[in-house]
Ligand binder design. Structure first.
Ligand SMILES: [Cu+2]
Length: 141
C-alpha cells in the first residue's frame, strides 16, 4: 500500500502562487499598518513629529485617497493593492515634470517619496488615463 501523493496539476499550481503571494503581501501590509494608528485617510498629519508617513492605496485604476494633505517631511507610500501594474509619476495633464517617477509598480509592491518642500504636487499613472492624484504639502507645526 503506497501513501497517497498529491501532485497538483502544473497549471493550477502555478496559478495559485501569485494569488497566495498577493494575499501574503496584503496581510503583511494590513498587519503592519494596524500598529500605526493613522496611516490612511486625509487626517494623517495630526501628530507633530518629524517622521510622518502616509499611505495611498492603488485600487483598481485609482489612487485612494486621490487628494492628500501632509506636513513637509512626510514620506508618502503608494501601495499597489490592485491586480495591475501602475506608476506614480509627478506632473499634471499627463506630462511628467521630473520630480519623481516610480516606474512600474507591480501588484503587491509599493513606492515611497518624501516630500520636503511645501506646495501642491500633482501626479498620475502612465498606463491609465484618468488615474491621478494630488499631494498638498504644508509647513509642519
Ligand atoms: Cu494605473
Amino acid at each position: 500500500m503506497h501513501s497517497i501523493q498529491f501532485i497538483p496539476s502544473d497549471g493550477k499550481f502555478r496559478l495559485r502562487i501569485p494569488a497566495f503571494l498577493t494575499a501574503l503581501f496584503l496581510a503583511a501590509f494590513f498587519i503592519t499598518s494596524c500598529g500605526d494608528d493613522t496611516s490612511t485617510g486625509p487626517d494623517i498629519n495630526d501628530n507633530g513629529d518629524s517622521s510622518d508617513e502616509a499611505v495611498i492605496q492603488m485600487v483598481g485604476q485609482s489612487f485612494s485617497p486621490s487628494n492628500l494633505e501632509v506636513d513637509a517631511g512626510t514620506t508618502v507610500t503608494w501601495q499597489n493593492s490592485s491586480d495591475m501594474v501602475h506608476t506614480v509619476t509627478s506632473g499634471s495633464d499627463r506630462e511628467h515634470d521630473e520630480l519623481f517617477n516610480s516606474g512600474d509598480v507591480a501588484p503587491g509592491n509599493s513606492y515611497s517619496f518624501t516630500f520636503t518642500d511645501t506646495g501642491t504636487f500633482d501626479y498620475f499613472c502612465i498606463p491609465h488615463p484618468g488615474m491621478a492624484g494630488t499631494i498638498t504639502v504644508v509647513e509642519s507645526d
